[in-house]
Design a protein around this ligand. Structure first.
Ligand code: 3PY
Length: 252
């Protein structure tokens, strides 16, 4: 059985103190009310990783960074390596978010380096893919997303691929308040799972968690998560409020 995962992506929000307060609130509410079969992850800024990992029960809540350096160590001012991230107590790293591709020029080549380093360090990559509005309107979204996977995670060995989580995030639904309809999400998730099956086989495809991201909130999560190929969510704005986040965790 593949894992159901609800991961928050705090993006560039909260000070360390605010982040610790939010992590505490999430920890308490998850311990009291959280669906036990859902893996909960908090994707926090680098500066928060250690404190958040010390604050939450890491047996119950995984901590994620939102990026990592494409190099292991050395003269790369301002970068944060996978071993640094791992040493904070984090277990996951979000890679390839469309905001990083768009604003920081992240390419498949860079992502392949990051994926390899993350896996070597024992971090679980949450690998994001997704199309822009013009691609959706042109009707080429299925091929576009499969191509993103072919250039990156499909280059991994089957053993490494089994360690990753995929997050489908249509760019037109990120931070816009527009959500993919339940059918649009299911169609794309089925397309991704079929592509995984043809690359790595049915068993690997059935075992891969594919999360939906993009304006997912406590009101629409239930309908999205009801789809057979949607295994949870990568949650932006709604992960910044513990009550909203728990609403999504319990939306199954
Ligand atoms: C969103 O929901 O806006 C996201 O980008 C989640 O990563």
């Amino acid at each position: 059985m593949r894992q159901k995962i609800v991961a928050g992506n705090w993006k560039l929000n909260t000070t360390v103190q605010e982040g610790v307060e939010l992590a505490k609130a999430v920890d308490t509410i998850v311990a009291e009310q959280g669906a036990e079969d859902v893996v909960v992850v908090l994707g926090v800024p680098f500066t928060h990783l250690t404190k958040v990992a010390e604050t939450v029960n890491t047996e119950r809540i995984g901590v994620a960074s939102q990026n990592c350096a494409a190099e292991a160590k050395g003269a790369y001012t301002g970068e944060v390596s996978v071993s640094m991230i791992k040493s904070t107590g984090a277990k996951y790293v979000i890679l390839g978010h469309s905001e990083r591709r768009e604003y920081y020029g992240e390419t498949s080549e860079t992502l392949n380096k990051k994926l390899a380093l993350a896996l070597e360090a024992g971090l679980t990559p949450i690998y994001c893919c997704g199309e822009a509005l013009d691609i959706r309107e042109a009707g080429t979204h299925n091929d576009f997303v499969v191509n993103q996977l072919e250039e990156t995670v499909f280059q991994l060995s089957a053993d490494d691929f089994k360690k990753i989580v995929i997050a489908y995030e249509p760019i037109w639904a990120i931070g816009t308040g527009v959500t993919a309809s339940s059918d649009q999400a299911q169609d794309m998730h089925a397309n991704i799972r079929a592509a995984i099956a043809s690359k790595f086989g049915e068993e690997v495809a059935e075992g891969t968690s594919i999360l939906y991201g993009g304006s997912c909130n406590p009101k629409n999560a239930n309908e999205l998560f009801a789809n057979k190929d949607v295994d949870g969510g990568l949650i932006g704005g709604a992960s910044l409020k513990a009550e909203d986040f728990i609403g999504i965790i319990n939306a199954y």
